[in-house]
Design a binder for this molecule. Structure first.
Ligand code: PLP
Length: 401
């Protein structure tokens, strides 16, 4: 008999996937214009030209058996060195190529890191709303997820609650900045305060509590904001990074996990990363995309389209009367539902062709997520539907505080 837990995972797609599939079916039946699909975080801008130019050059010039061959399990040494140099230059903090492990994207980085750190029944704290797959990855590594809700309406991290949630069994705290789904960036002073709490608790419980920083949106920031590099603030940090969003390459599966050189017994933590990747069957990250990395570090896809989309959508939704979390990064808007049940609200929005993900999927009640990584013309075309939706609620008196 198959494993029933895995069967349940395989037969219960996430709400995001369900909405996406529904949108595809509706488009096929009613036409593209009938559906405003804001369900999925698939980048809508092409990869920068340097990506394809580099790939073509590599295919033309590099020895084919090397190019398509296995690399060392942790990734090509020169590639890891290039990443380390780039990070040091960008963030002015030490990074060791020997503590970088190339992976098939942030999802792989997270599964590997959690498997490397957790013993059975150890606890992992996440802040809600959170990326839904965290629960799957944590439980697969034998851990138990504990949730600390963020504080509405700013959705800042609740550090008092964090401190109270830490127990002798707490091993990992996951942060995600800029955040999917709120778009909030964790500020330097918050990181500093969190580091103090984690240090104090690590000392008290006599074991390191690791900070796992999930950073697929690190470069997707608006205005003159920047994302603090977490290893500069807390020593027992692991960074899970991905090129999926910054270079618009989510299907190619390339990223890395790095262990801070300041972490307690960093090389043993790294050995555990290598063991976890081995046990999960990650032989090496896709070789062609590893070799591409050194030529594309510091580059991004044209992110100005996300800025344009965000500005149009945010300004119009606020003007119509929606309560929207001001986004600082990533490509999501987190919007208060117009009735307490976000699933019911999402269903109501579907009647207007709007596919919005209820926040229940992210472990939080009463909001919806709008993924605005779509063509700008879709945003413009959807605005009347958003306006009619809120007017309908106002008319039926169901609007609530
Ligand atoms: N973490 C967060 C917060 C995400 O939003 C995503 C993807 O949307 C991932 C991890 C997984 O990213 P990847 O495509 O690199 O596996």
């Amino acid at each position: 008999m198959y494993n029933s837990k895995m069967h349940t995972l395989g037969t219960n797609p996430s709400m995001i996937r369900e909405l996406f599939e529904y949108g595809q079916a509706q488009k096929a039946e009613l036409g593209e214009e009938a559906v405003f699909d804001f369900s999925i975080g698939n980048p809508s801008v092409p990869a920068p030209t340097i990506v394809n130019d580099t790939l073509i050059r590599l295919i033309q010039e590099k020895d084919s058996t090397l190019l398509h061959g296995y690399t060392s399990a942790s990734g090509d040494r020169k590639v890891r060195e290039a990443i380390a140099i780039d990070l040091q230059k960008t963030y002015h903090t030490p990074v060791d190529a020997n503590l970088i492990y190339l992976t098939a994207g942030a999802a792989a980085s997270l599964t590997i890191a959690l498997k490397a750190l957790l013993n059975e029944e150890e606890e992992v704290i996440v802040f809600a709303p959170f990326f839904p797959e965290y629960k799957v990855f944590i439980e697969n590594a034998g851990g138990i997820m504990k949730v600390v809700p963020c504080v509405a309406p700013t959705f800042e991290l609740d550090l008092e609650q964090l401190e109270q949630t830490i127990t002798p069994f707490t091993k990992v705290v996951i942060i995600n900045s800029p955040c999917n789904p709120t778009g909030v960036i964790i500020q330097e002073k918050v990181l500093q305060h969190m580091a103090q709490i984690l240090r104090k608790k690590s000392q008290y419980y006599q074991h390191p509590i690791y900070l796992l920083s999930d950073e697929p949106y690190r470069e997707l920031v608006y205005g003159n904001r920047s994302v603090p590099f977490v290893t500069s603030y807390y020593e027992d940090t692991l960074v899970c990074y991905s090129f999926s969003k910054s270079l618009s390459l989510p299907g190619e599966r390339i990223g890395y996990v790095l262990v801070s050189p300041h972490a307690y017994q960093a090389s043993d933590v790294y050995a555990s990363i290598c063991g976890a990747a081995r046990s999960l069957g990650y032989v090496c990250a896709p070789a062609l995309f590893q070799y591409m990395i050194p030529y594309c570090l510091g580059q991004t896809a044209d992110l100005s389209i996300y800025q344009t989309n965000k500005d149009i959508l945010y300004q119009h939704l606020v003007a119509y009367g929606y309560e929207v979390v001001p986004p600082e990064g990533a490509f999501y808007l987190f919007v208060k539902a117009l009735e307490p049940d976000a699933v019911a609200f999402s269903k109501q929005a579907m009647r207007y062709g709007l596919l919005l993900v209820p926040s229940d999927s992210f472990g939080y009640q009463g909001y919806v997520r709008i993924a605005y990584c779509v063509p700008t013309k879709q945003i413009q075309a959807a605005l009347p539907a958003f306006e009619r939706l809120i007017k309908e609620y106002a008319k039926s008196g169901e609007n609530y505080e």
